[in-house]
Design a protein around this ligand. Structure first.
Ligand SMILES: [Zn+2]
Length: 329
């Protein structure tokens, strides 16, 4: 491999954030500027169709930015400890697929792959809310819950590549069944995610048929985190209470995580965080009541990179692959 040498705007790498419903493909330079960005669907595709679409999006990114020097892939999978093969995948038909080497062969470029939670944690640590921190706990609250750990300045992947499944931290031993392949119950994924918020909002609607939430549902609106957050901001007591309960549960989970890892900072991302302090204030209150000293002083921050975190983190994985390949000194 010949060293590409830094372009005037810095080294450019492709970041692929492969989600269960869509993929975000970007080119980001080493200064953090996003130079290319495209969204494509990933849902409902066969493996061959999915791989063809990934190839096509990478080709389009390379056409757009021919100076690209490496590729990073963030995937909704547990990736094996050698970071080659997707071992489990809830949302995409990728189990057993050597996606990294496939993309490396397609592009001829250094290529790295990692779990999407790790990619988001790497992005927030290098360029977002945890900039400069050595020890970071990150949770992304979306339809499900993703997690990432940075320990001693490096992503912590565990013995089998399966670490940082923080969504499966239990806060209620009698809680609801955890969705997906998890055999547990009372995990925060079943109590704090967007899916949990929707289920509990539906329960509140059934119990309070005259409420603003019930009116929103009757008007044909899909009841999700955005609706609940909007009503809470407008002062609706039931919606405020729903977010307060979620926030308290989140605070209990963060207490356990902080007591174990003693991080510099905890970062909360994902769509549910749009609720901001409606969620984070009760989380912080619960955390400060329960966490050990000095862990109770750990800052709890909203993520800064929003829906770009996974893509930017993947592009940084590409940058790191380039460094490891010896192409950048
Ligand atoms: Zn679980």
């Amino acid at each position: 491999m010949t060293a590409p040498g830094p372009a005037p705007g810095g080294i450019e790498t492709i970041g692929v954030d492969l989600g269960g419903t869509k993929m975000l493909v970007g080119v980001v330079d080493s200064g953090g500027r996003v130079l290319h960005r495209r969204v494509d669907a990933s849902v409902g595709l066969s493996l061959d169709e999915l791989l063809a679409r990934i190839d096509e999006e990478i080709r389009i990114a390379l056409d757009s930015r021919p100076g690209v020097a490496a590729v990073g892939l963030g995937v909704p999978c547990i990736v094996d400890r050698d970071r080659e093969i997707c071992v489990t995948s809830n949302h995409l038909p990728l189990i057993g697929v050597p996606l990294r080497s496939r993309v490396a062969a397609l592009t001829g470029l250094p290529t790295a792959i990692d779990n999407d939670g790790n990619a988001a944690a790497i992005a927030e640590q290098r360029r977002g809310a945890a900039r400069g921190a050595d020890n970071v706990v990150l949770l992304t609250l979306g339809t499900g819950i993703g997690g990432g750990l940075i320990l001693g300045g490096r992503p912590y992947r565990g013995s089998r590549g399966a670490a940082a499944e923080l969504g499966h931290f239990v806060v209620d031993m009698d809680g609801p069944p955890c969705p997906g392949r998890c055999p547990n119950n009372g995990c925060i994924e079943s109590l704090v995610s967007g899916t949990a918020l929707r289920i509990e909002a539906e329960r509140a609607i059934a119990a309070n048929p005259g409420s603003p939430l019930a009116s929103a549902a009757a008007a044909g609106g899909k009841i999700d985190g955005t609706v609940v957050t909007g009503l809470a901001r407008a002062g609706d007591a039931i919606s405020i209470q729903l977010l307060e309960t979620m926030g308290r549960r989140l605070g209990i989970a963060l207490t356990g995580l902080a007591n174990v890892f003693d991080p510099d900072v905890i970062v909360i991302g994902g769509g549910v965080i749009d609720a901001g302090d409606l969620l984070l204030r009760p989380a912080r209150e619960e955390f400060e009541r329960r966490a050990l000293t000095p862990q109770r002083e750990t800052p709890i921050r909203a993520a800064e990179l929003g829906s770009d975190a996974g893509m930017i983190g993947a592009s940084i994985l590409g940058l790191d692959a380039l460094t490891e390949a010896g192409a950048v000194v």
